[in-house]
Every structure is written in structure tokens, then in C-alpha cells.
Design a protein around this ligand. Structure first.
Ligand code: ZN
Length: 286
């Protein structure tokens, strides 16, 4: 039914105060788990592919399958490139069918981040594609996903820089750093919800939170209440699927690969469905 842009998927999220889950896939198992969960809940979803999925000889085959699956979905799906390190990856993703791209220039000097983001926006908007960028820096993307990460308060997004970045680029949605980390948390996360609310009040566009894994229900609901509209989520889904497979292997001796895949996919689907509910995602009204 619908492969749509991220702007379309998020268009009612600010006014109705909910977030849409954005889940990473790199294969068929995650893709089916994520889309099955959204279809079961009857709500829009954001399916994210990694830069590695849009480069190399396998890219056309994998993206061809993903685009077809999104088009056949019974719910609106935005197909989004997560954390693109370059302008070229964004162009490649658009060429392969993504309806949304993130250019991550959060570790670059401000002016460079603005310049490349604007270049991405020019080509993306010409193709009817949504653009996400990041200001401030969400820790932990540089590897070490499973060993634990701590948020760096000095890299939290300030309201002034979020506002300035939006005015300088005209970006469609903005990822901000308010205390979440990529991967697993080392210690207890401390989210700066007051800062999130101030950014929400200062910007007219959807706000994105990266590093959604490892928080508790109260944290997610707090972020949604204070203005989060897209929540990125991967590590916990992957770890719970692995735990389900480990349990199956411990319980049963005679197993085929298909038994393992089914159990892993089912566990991932349950995690996605549960978080869609926590994020309060609603069906689009039209
Ligand atoms: Zn991220």
C-alpha cells in the first residue's frame, strides 16, 4: 500500500504528541519482524537501513526487496537511511528507493555540518525525499555498542544551536542529544527532559531521539510528553532476539536453521510491537 516520506509519517506527531518508532534492519529477518509488528498494530513505522546496505554489489538486490516489501505494506512506511557519513551515501540511498535520509555531521565543525546538510537537502527535496540531521552528539555510535556507553553532557544539544541549525538549513527533522546513548547504557541514564521541551518549543519540526534501547517505559513516555516524535531503536530488539535463540538452543537438541530464524524473528517482532505501543504511535487520520 504505501511507501511514503518521513515527513508524511510524522506529519501529525507534533500536534497529537506521539512518537513513531524507527527500527534498523540489515536483513530479511529484521525487515519482516518490524513491518509485521507495525501491520499488526495498524500504525505507521520508519524502517531504517544502514550505510553498508546502500553500498557494494549486494545493495541493489537487498534494497530491491526492502522497497517492494514496504510498498506492499498495509501501513504507511518511511524507508530511511540512518547515520549517513557522506553526501554520496545519501544520493545512493535516494537512487535505491529511500524516502528519507539522515546526514550525520554531528562530529563535524558546525559550518561543515550545515554546508553538507544543505547540499543533501537540495538533492533530496528535488526527489521528494525527507532529510534528518543531527546537532549536538549522541554518544556511542563509534562502536562499543554492547560494552556500554555513557552520555557526554558537554555534547548535549543547546536550544540556541538547534534553532540556529534549523534556520541555517531548513532541515525536515532534527536529532538532538539530551542524555541517550547508542547501544547499551553504562549505569543509569539521566535524560534532560527540560532541555528537550525547550528545543520542542523552539522548533516547528519533528524532534528525533537516537539511542532508544535500554530505557524503561517511564523514560520513553517522558520523552514523548516533552516533544520526541521519532525514536530510533535497535540494540534491545537485537539482544532480545538473540536471547530467544539462545534459550531455544539450550532447550532443544534437534533444530534446523529455520527453527532458529522463526524464533528470533518472532522475538524481534514482539519487542517492536511493545515499543510501538509505549511510544503511543497512532494511525494517520487520512
Ligand atoms: Zn543513531
Amino acid at each position: 500500500m504505501s511507501l511514503v516520506t518521513m515527513s508524511e509519517v510524522l506529519k501529525e506527531s507534533i500536534e497529537k504528541k506521539y512518537a513513531v518508532g524507527a527500527f534498523d534492519t540489515m536483513d530479511r529477518v529484521f525487515t519482516e519482524a518490524i513491518l509485521d509488528a507495525a501491520e499488526q498494530k495498524g500504525v505507521p513505522v520508519i524502517l531504517m537501513v544502514m550505510p553498508m546496505s546502500v553500498e557494494g554489489p549486494e545493495a541493489e538486490r537487498f534494497m530491491g526487496y526492502v522497497v517492494k516489501r514496504c510498498r506492499e505494506s498495509s501501513v504507511p512506511v518511511a524507508l530511511h537511511l540512518d547515520h549517513s557519513p557522506t553526501y554520496e551515501h545519501c544520493v545512493k540511498a535516494i537512487h535505491l528507493g529511500c524516502t528519507s535520509v539522515m546526514f550525520d555531521g554531528s562530529s563535524l565543525p558546525y559550518e561543515e555540518n550545515v554546508a553538507i546538510t544543505k547540499k543533501v537537502i537540495d538533492v533530496a527535496h528535488a526527489c521528494g525525499v525527507t532529510v534528518e540531521a543531527e546537532i549536538g552528539h549522541v554518544a556511542g555510535h563509534e562502536g562499543n555498542m554492547l560494552d556500554g556507553n555513557v552520555a557526554d553532557e558537554s555534547a548535549f544539544t543547546t536550544v540556541e544551536e538547534a534553532k540556529r541549525f534549523y534556520e541555517d538549513t531548513g532541515v525536515d527533522c532534527l536529532a538532538v542529544a539530551i542524555g541517550t546513548v547508542h547501544g547499551v547504557y553504562k549505569g543509569t541514564p539521566h535524560l534532560d527532559l527540560e532541555r528537550l521541551q525547550e528545543i520542542r518549543d523552539a522548533l516547528p519540526i519533528p524532534i528525533v531521539i537516537h539511542g532508544g534501547s535500554g530505557l524503561v517505559e517511564k523514560d520513553y513516555k517522558g520523552m514523548v510528553a516533552h516533544g520526541a516524535n521519532k525514536i530510533n531503536f535497535f540494540t534491545a530488539m537485537s539482544l532480545e532476539a538473540a536471547a530467544a535463540v539462545r534459550k531455544l538452543l539450550a532447550e532443544k537438541e534437534k533444530l534446523g536453521l529455520q527453527d532458529i530464524t522463526i524464533v528470533g524473528q518472532k522475538a524481534a517482532e514482539e519487542v517492536v510491537a511493545k515499543h510501538i505501543e509505549i511510544f503511543g504511535t497512532q494511525p494517520l487520520s487520512c
